[in-house]
Structure formats: structure tokens, C-alpha cells
Ligand binder design. Structure first.
Ligand code: KIV
Ligand code: ZN
Length: 507
């Protein structure tokens, strides 16, 4: 149910929008992020598989490594157009041309603030630079995308003049950057409309999230007819970041009925890759890709989604490559208890369900953090071992650090009753090594994918989550413990028990 028809009179929605992903350029400008060439290549290939139309691969004048990364991405012959950033300056454009890219994204600032305090140029000088730079690049046969940096704080009449000069000089498309996230949706709509009235080439929007409006402003741009949207995976970028690909694209498809070439089901996988390689942690409550985006705790909501998912889910999580999660807590109702029990292969009577629910609430009221470990303990205690006995449990854990590596030892209880050793560059890696071994031995399967999220909480406990992807089925386990490595191991065991009960691989 997109809103397309309802807003048809007020908007100029295009049928389809081109996605220019700038994770590897503006995204990499996130303070503290510097990707290796290999990491950039990996992300570029994944972006291509995702289906973005243009990959802004870097700003080659910045460093030798950046130039090399762009050149290697170009050599991959991906389906996406490869674009690089260049100032309106021959040196930058020459460097971009050396990289043999399809698109050059030429920019120069146009607001009085930037002209006075940064460029120290007059408007006429800026217009001349634009004309020279675009003509020069076009003479070399590349596609030119032109941005007027700080466009949303630029005098609108001058901005129109800037874009007219760009068009007359041969630019193939123009972009309206909201460089410091200063626009509001209605203003973005007005600016895009005004520019579109004056130029014939496609118009793009590039929005920053300083006020948390990057996605709203990008969508407002599309409502006014923008046909290209600049985005980054997980919304990473300068300061508060850029408009996030996942939010823009899913909104376009779901809320507006506007198509893109993005394969939605690959979004989550790529979000996690970017999270891992940039080490910029995605907040739990982030739309679409955050850990909680498809999690339900409250009894009313769990009951709703079990009866009919659309009650509390705007989209089916699998559309974006995710699974629904039922979290047990003080707000739970009996449906949550039944659902989570089922995930562990346990069938409870309604009387048992109620008893477990009461115990869960009692423990939560005492401030005990509810995880699957605690939940299974309650089931064992309340219903007896004949209803559920953990098929595998942790007996002990030991971690030792040497100067350059960590060694972890994990012992499991009966019936497995084994000791496992793992070595890694850090304690986490050492444990991961063990988990991979257990999964391989016990299930004959590999850990195809995993996610670890653990943080030291102010109250003195750590929380961890492990996702096992075993032969196409995903199993999510959570652990909470004052010792972060026990929390991590618990999370693994909880995911592992589910995989044993629910037929992943040999289970
Ligand atoms: O935010 C910005 O203005 C930019 C330009 C280089 C397009 O990233
Ligand atoms: Zn930017």
C-alpha cells in the first residue's frame, strides 16, 4: 500500500530512481574510518551485487592508496557505473581521468559562506571555474555529474544560474547537496522543483543527517522529481552521516511505490559487511538494519505478529534479508513464551506456559536480565527436566592472553563432555575459533555467517548476540553475563541449541 496515488496531485514522483552509493567516498569520510584497498574492493563488489546504479568509489587526489583502490575497482568491470569525486580543478580531473572511471563527480561550493570563508572567490570566478572544469572533463569523454556544494544555503537565484552554466558546459546531471544537513523537507522540495524548472538534465540530491533529516529530505527531493539519490550503507558519512541507502530505498519501494534497481534482500548482508569493515557500529534501534528493527517483546505486539505479521511489521523482515525476533522480558505475554519455546523445540501446556510467564515476570521485576539461558533455566525449574533438558551446556571457560595472541578454552557438560581450544589475535577471535569447531563437529556445518554484538553495560554486565546461519536457516542466540566472554559463549550455545532442535544441517 504505497502512498503514490494519494500524493499524485502534489508530487512529481518518478517511476524509478537511480541510486548513487557514496559509502566508499563520503561514507569513508566518517571520522576515524580508513578502508584498506581490499576492504574497498569487497564493498564495491557487494554494492554491485546489491544493484546500485553508480558507485562513488573514492576521491583519487586524496592519497595513493585511494587512487589505487579506485583503479582496482574499475578493473573489476562491475555492472555499476564507477564514479569518483574531483574538485573543479584540472589536477583533480586529470587524476580522475587516469583512473579510467565512467563518471566524474565535479564539485565546487556555491554558498556565500563558503565563497567568503573558504574559497575566497567571487560568484563570477566560481561560474568560470565550473564552466572550465566541466568542459575540460567532457572533452575527455566522461559522464559529468556536477554538485554545487552547500547548495541548500546558496542563494536560490544564484544556484539556478550555477546549474544552468553546468548544463550549458555539458554536465550530464546536477546534484543538490545539503552539505551540513540544513534543509527541511519542504525547502528541499522547493529547491529541487526550482532547479528542475530551469534545467533539463536529471537532478540528484545528496543529504546529510546533522538534524536527523537526511532521509526525509532525500525523499522530499524525489517527491519534487529528483531522479538520482546519493546514499551510504548504514548512513555512515561526515559528522552525523548521509542518507542511508536502506532507509531511502525501502521507503521508496514500500511507501512511495518508486522502483530502484536495488535487490532489497541483500541489504542486511551488506549492512553487516560495512559495519564490520568500518567498525562503525549500527545502533540497535536503527531502521531496517538495527538489531531491534524486527524484534518484538511486548505481549500485545507478539500476539499481533503471530496472528498476522502486518499488525506490527511494516514489511516482512525477509524482504530485506532479516528474521523476526521474539524477545522475552517483563512485557511478554503467553504467546511470546509459546513462540520462544517452539524455537527451542519445546512444547508447553497452557498451564506450564502460564507458570513460566509468571516466573519470567518475577525475575524481570527483580532486575534479572532475561535471556534464552535464563528462560531455559526457568523452563527446566518450573516444568521439570522431562519437558526440557539442555542438550548442551557450558561447564567452564578460560581465556589467557600472550603478548600477541589469545587462547580460549571451553568445556561443555555431558553428554558432549569435551574440551575445546581456540587461538586468535584477541579473545573474541579465540572463542569464535571454538564455536566454528563445535559447529563443524556437531552439525557438519560451517558458520556461514555470524554477528557478535557485545558491549560493556553501565550496570556491569555484557550482552552478546550470535547469529548462526546453518544450511540456510538462521538461529539467533543471546547471552548476558558480567563476564563478556561467558555472555558471548552463552549466546553461541543458545543459538546452537536452537539449531540442534530445528533441523539445521544434521540436527
Ligand atoms: O556533502 C557534500 O556537499 C559533498 C559534496 C562533495 C557533494 O559531499
Ligand atoms: Zn557529502
Amino acid at each position: 500500500m504505497a502512498w503514490r496515488n494519494m500524493i499524485s496531485g502534489e508530487s512529481k514522483l518518478p517511476e524509478k530512481v537511480m541510486i548513487l552509493d557514496t559509502t566508499l567516498r563520503d561514507g569513508e569520510q566518517t571520522p576515524g574510518v580508513a578502508l584498506t584497498i581490499d576492504a574497498k574492493m569487497e564493498i564495491a563488489k557487494a554494492l554491485d551485487e546489491l544493484g546500485v546504479d553508480v558507485i562513488e568509489a573514492g576521491f583519487p587526489i586524496v592519497s595513493r592508496g585511494e587512487e589505487e583502490a579506485v583503479k582496482r575497482i574499475v578493473k573489476e568491470n562491475l555492472d555499476a557505473e564507477i564514479c569518483v569525486l574531483a574538485r573543479a580543478d584540472r589536477r583533480d580531473i586529470d587524476k580522475a581521468l587516469e583512473c579510467d572511471v565512467d563518471w566524474i563527480h565535479i564539485f565546487i561550493a556555491t554558498s556565500n559562506i563558503h565563497l567568503t570563508h573558504k574559497l575566497k572567490m567571487t560568484r563570477e570566478e566560481v561560474l568560470k571555474k565550473i564552466e572550465e572544469a566541466i568542459t575540460y572533463a567532457k572533452d575527455h569523454g566522461v559522464v559529468v555529474h556536477f554538485s554545487a556544494e552547500d547548495a541548500t544555503r546558496t542563494d536560490l537565484e544564484f544556484l539556478v544560474k550555477v546549474f544552468k552554466v553546468a548544463e550549458e558546459s555539458g554536465a550530464d546531471s546536477v546534484d543538490i547537496p545539503d552539505t551540513v544537513g540544513f534543509a527541511i523537507p519542504i525547502v528541499m522540495k522547493k529547491i529541487v522543483s526550482k532547479v528542475r524548472e530551469n534545467v533539463k538534465i536529471p537532478v540528484a540530491v545528496h543529504c546529510h543527517d546533522d538534524m536527523g533529516l537526511a532521509v526525509a529530505n532525500s525523499l522530499a527531493g524525489v517527491e519534487a522529481g529528483a531522479e538520482i539519490v546519493h546514499v551510504t550503507i548504514n548512513g555512515i558519512g561526515e559528522r552525523a552521516g548521509n542518507a542511508s541507502l536502506e532507509e531511502v530505498v525501502v521507503s521508496l519501494h514500500t511507501l512511495y511505490g518508486v522502483k530502484t534497481n536495488v535487490k532489497l534482500e541483500k541489504i542486511y548482508e551488506l549492512s553487516r559487511l560495512v559495519e564490520k569493515l568500518t567498525e562503525i557500529i549500527v545502533p540497535k534501534n536503527k531502521a531496517i538494519v538495527g538489531e531491534n528493527a524486527f524484534s518484538h517483546e511486548s505481549g500485545i505486539h507478539v500476539h499481533g505478529v503471530i496472528s498476522s505479521p502486518e499488525t506490527y511489521e511494516p514489511i516482512d523482515p525477509s524482504i530485506v534479508g532479516r528474521n523476526r525476533k521474539i524477545i522475552i522480558g517483563k512485557h511478554s505475554g503467553r504467546h511470546s513464551i509459546e513462540e520462544l519455546s517452539k524455537q527451542f523445540g519445546i512444547r508447553l501446556t497452557s498451564e506450564q506456559t502460564l507458570k513460566v510467564l509468571m516466573e519470567v515476570k518475577k525475575k524481570c521485576d527483580q532486575g534479572i536480565k532475561m535471556t534464552e539461558t535464563e528462560f531455559l533455566k526457568i523452563i527446566e525449574e518450573v516444568c521439570g527436566k522431562e519437558v526440557f533438558k539442555k542438550p548442551v551446556d557450558i561447564r567452564g571457560i578460560l581465556v589467557e592472553n600472550t603478548l600477541d595472541k589469545s587462547i580460549a578454552i571451553l568445556s561443555l557438560n555431558e553428554p558432549n563432555n569435551k574440551l575445546y581450544f581456540g587461538v586468535g589475535r584477541n579473545q573474541l577471535e579465540a572463542f569464535l575459533e571454538i564455536f566454528k569447531q563445535i559447529l563443524m563437529e556437531e552439525k557438519g556445518a560451517e558458520v556461514k555467517d555470524y554477528k557478535i554484538w557485545f558491549a560493556q553495560k553501565p550496570k556491569g554486565y555484557s550482552e552478546s548476540e550470535v547469529i548462526l546461519s546453518v544450511n540456510g536457516l538462521e538461529f539467533i542466540g543471546r547471552g548476558v553475563h558480567p563476564d563478556p566472554y561467558i555472555a558471548f559463549a552463552q549466546a553461541f550455545i543458545n543459538a546452537f541449541i536452537q539449531s540442534m532442535q530445528r533441523g539445521g544441517a544434521n540436527g
